[in-house]
Each structure stands twice: as C-alpha cells, then as structure tokens.
Write a protein that binds this ligand. Structure first.
Ligand code: URA
Length: 210
C-alpha cells in the first residue's frame, strides 16, 4: 500500500458505521455490525496481497490459477477491543496466524505499558495487520507497532474503524512506513481521550460492560 491513510468510503461500510455510532444500538447488533464491517475493511486492507499461480484441474481442463503467495499473514489484535475486528477478519482469512498485544496506560507517566505479547513466528516474512477499532491518541498503537518491529515485522498495516486526526498524526510521525486503513476520520479527541463524534468506548459497546 502506498498511501499513509486510506478511508474506506464504501456505502455499506459507512451505513453500518452510522448504525454502530448510534447509542441506541444494542450490544448484540453492535457486535454483528462490527463483524460485518471488519470483513469489508479486511477486503480493503488486503487488496494488494502478493499473488502467484498454481496449476489446478477444473472439471474441464488444467489451468494456471491465481493463489496468494508467501507465508500466511499475521493478524495482531490489540487487546481487548481489537478482538472484535479480529473475529470477522478470521472468517475471511481463516488460515491467518494470530497474535495479541496487551497494553495498559500507566496513570503516572500516561505511557503504554505491555502486559501481554504473543505473536506468530517468522513475522519478517509475513504481512502483519494490526487491528484496533479506535485510533485515538495513537500512543498504544505506536507502541504496539514498535514491539512488532522489534519482533521482526517489516511489512505492517494498521486497521481501525475510527481514527482521530491526533492518532493518525502520531502514527505517521512514529511509523511513516505503516499504512493506516479506517472507515472514518473523525473530528478530534475530547479531554478524556475519546474520539468525537465517535461511538463511545468500543470495548464496552462490543462486550456489554457498561
Ligand atoms: N477508545 C475507545 O474505545 N473509544 C474512544 O473514543 C477512544 C478510545
């Protein structure tokens, strides 16, 4: 991917996102919409995957058929909200390898601290797609990408549902080589770090914890 920021303008994505933003949308519907939208976003974030060909036989004749090249790609979920995007993507890319990054914010330093990190091997040879629905300040996303680079990942993409300008700028500054794909670029962050107009706390809305 060449551009740093891609906003997926597809009408189905935009319609589903509006339903998700609505505070009256119940948890079960929110979750289903997230699953559907994640598949449409997965389509976009993978549209330039490398291809090769393999000889197969159709019922009528042999042909050189296009297939994906290289190692299975790696999907990395930033806990916990990333898991909501991950589920739908896995339905589309069932052979993907999966990793998890857990971060919390230190209340004194306000910096992200790692509490969990488990990722597939041979990241250097895999397209690595990091998923987190909300790109807010960008601090945890940038930190997660740092950790993945240290673990060997070279070709990284970041997939989210909503991005704030602040988060996009932070990612561009820290990781100009990592394209960001999102369904919308919202207005700004509020004083608590929530995206406006946003959709609230993505984790709470998908897991029904509030
Ligand atoms: N995380 C969320 O879940 N929502 C926001 O608006 C910002 C960060």
């Amino acid at each position: 991917m060449d551009k740093h920021l891609t906003i997926v303008q597809h009408p189905l994505v935009q319609h589903k996102l509006s339903l998700m933003r609505d505070k009256h949308t119940p948890t079960a519907v929110f979750r289903q919409l997230l699953r559907e939208i994640s598949q449409l976003l997965a389509y976009e974030v993978t549209h330039q995957l490398e291809m090769t060909t393999r000889v197969i036989e159709t019922p009528l004749q042999e042909m050189e058929a296009p297939v994906l090249a290289g190692r299975k790609l790696a999907l990395i979920s930033i806990l916990r909200a990333g898991n909501g995007l991950l589920d739908g993507m896995l339905e589309l890319i069932p052979s993907a390898r999966i990793g998890f990054v857990g971060l919390y914010r230190d209340e004194d330093t306000l910096q992200p601290v790692q509490y969990y990190f488990k990722v597939p091997d041979q990241l250097a040879q895999r397209l690595t797609i990091v998923v987190d629905p909300m790109l807010a300040t960008g601090n945890s996303s940038a930190a997660a990408v740092n950790m993945l680079k240290q673990a060997g990942a070279k070709d990284i993409r970041f997939l989210c549902l909503l991005a704030a300008p602040e988060g996009v700028a932070r990612m561009k500054e820290a990781h100009p080589d990592v394209p960001v794909v999102t369904a919308a670029l919202d207005e700004r962050l509020n004083e608590l770090g929530y995206i406006l107009p946003g959709l609230g706390d993505a984790g709470d809305r998908m897991f029904g914890t509030k």
